[in-house]
Design a binder for this molecule. Structure first.
Ligand SMILES: [Zn+2]
Length: 453
């Protein structure tokens, strides 16, 4: 059935979290779009034949926008967290990426994507990190996202610093771009592992690829002090300054982390409308620091939350990321007003959409936007008494309250679980592949699974 022919659906809640929340409200979904938002009684009368999901105690939220992650880490969760970033890249990511096959990509995306959907994520901005081999690996990410019905912004985390082969990096970008072009739910961005991972030749080609091709960019920027120091030593500029200098920011750019930015960096990002992905959990596990979210937002920089990769977070639970983001801001400033629940909610939804320049399509419950929606179950004890809805979502709800997730007007989660794949079967299929991955990567000193093939 094509999208406009499907019967209308109403998602009903005690609260509909539109830009101004609607009490005892509903959202009407027609096809892939939000057709109406208002009091439930009015919408029930206007759409008499509609299927009604949710109920009088539930909360309807916009789908959460995960602005940064790595499906390439889907099978290496809960490993090597004793390291800070540079050590961790060397100990874990570098060996694993050489053994990352399309099967690893597909299963890693399914394993992580199921967790994302179960926590209310409807859009995932991914950067897949892999070595380049005889066949492209990253198109398997698109296949898995389509299978899950999870909206994706997909990129390949390129870098030729180790290989000296820029052409192989560009070929992987091409393969992923072509795969995304064949998907209804995925769009392509040009990914860059970091400014440091790019030779001057590849950097120049990456800028041209993004700017001339009209593609967005997804890059790690100034996550740790070591990056800033090395960039200053080699170029005389910070990564942000160098990116601006070489014209990278002429393309719509999403920068992950930006923990170690100074005022000049932040002003440059604001000037070029660079969006920022704030990853409070990964920044905590790798002890990278606390991003200056308030300072960025004061300058008008669009900030979203990210779960980051399954190897550096390690859970793929967006509600944990939202709560931790709000708490870190408060602990940093020792002020309970440093980030309100409403601000955290907005960062998690429309803030992330703006950071990805997708705010015209997703990120809020408004008529005409894509029907990407989350229904939180209010029938149980957790949300039994909602005194203030933003605080209920940000500080009270957990992923077990995520009852339904709708992407592009269709359900991807019903009854608390994904509908298009069997999660237990995915877990079972992932086990031998994960064991083989850590064994081939020589990670016996880090993983109890290595050598157990
Ligand atoms: Zn990352």
């Amino acid at each position: 059935m094509s999208a406009p022919d499907r019967p209308a659906v109403l998602l009903r809640g005690a609260w509909v979290m539109a830009p101004e929340p609607v009490r005892d409200g509903a959202v009407a979904v027609v096809g892939d779009r939000i057709a109406a938002v208002g009091p439930y009684a009015e919408l029930a009368a206007a759409y008499p034949g509609a299927d009604v999901h949710g109920g009088e105690h539930d909360i309807v939220c916009p789908g959460f926008v995960n602005t940064h992650g790595h499906f390439s880490e889907g099978l290496i969760t809960g490993i090597a967290s004793q390291h800070t970033l540079v050590e961790w890249l060397d100990a874990l990511i570098a060996p694993v990426k050489l053994h990352t096959t399309p099967e690893v990509a597909r299963l890693g995306t399914l394993v992580a994507g199921i967790q994302m959907l179960r926590s209310g994520i409807t859009t995932a901005n991914d950067m897949f990190v892999t070595g380049t081999g005889p066949e492209p690996v990253t198109p398997a990410v698109v296949e898995a996202l389509d299978e899950l019905r999870l909206r994706g912004v997909v990129s390949y985390g390129a870098g030729d610093a180790d290989t000296g082969d820029p052409a192989a990096e560009l070929a992987e970008h091409d393969a992923l771009r072509e795969a995304a072009a064949g998907s209804d739910l995925c769009t392509f961005r040009l990914g860059m592992g970091s400014m440091l991972s790019h030779s001057p030749a590849l950097l120049e080609q990456a800028v041209a690829y993004a700017v001339d091709g009209g593609h967005g960019v997804h890059v790690h920027l100034q996550e740790v002090r070591e990056e800033v120091t090395r960039m200053r030593v080699t170029t005389g500029r910070t990564s942000v300054e160098h990116a601006a200098h070489v014209g990278l920011f002429e393309a719509p750019t999403l920068a992950a982390h930006c923990v170690w930015t100074d005022r000049r960096d932040r002003e440059l990002m604001a000037e070029h409308r660079v969006g920022v992905a704030h990853n409070p959990l990964a920044n905590g596990i790798l002890a990278s620091g606390i991003a200056p979210v308030a300072e960025l937002r004061q300058l008008g920089v669009d900030v979203g939350f990210g779960v980051d990769g399954a190897a550096s977070n390690d859970a793929q639970d967006f509600l944990q990321a939202i709560k931790t983001g709000a708490l870190l801001a408060r602990v940093r400033d020792l002020q309970a007003t440093a980030m309100t629940a409403r601000e955290a909610f907005e960062i998690a939804t429309i803030g992330g959409a703006r950071a990805l320049r997708m705010e015209d399509e997703i990120g809020s419950i408004e008529v005409g936007k894509k029907a990407d929606l989350v229904l939180l179950d209010g029938s149980g004890p957790t949300l039994a008494n909602v005194h203030e809805p933003y605080q209920a979502v940000v500080f009270v709800a957990g992923s077990r309250e995520v009852a339904e997730v709708w992407v592009d007007g269709l359900p991807s989660v019903l009854g608390g679980d994904v509908v298009t794949v069997d999660p237990v079967e995915v877990a079972e299929r992932s086990r031998p592949v994960a064991r083989r991955l850590v064994t081939e990567a020589g990670l016996g000193h880090l993983s109890a699974l290595a050598g157990a093939v």
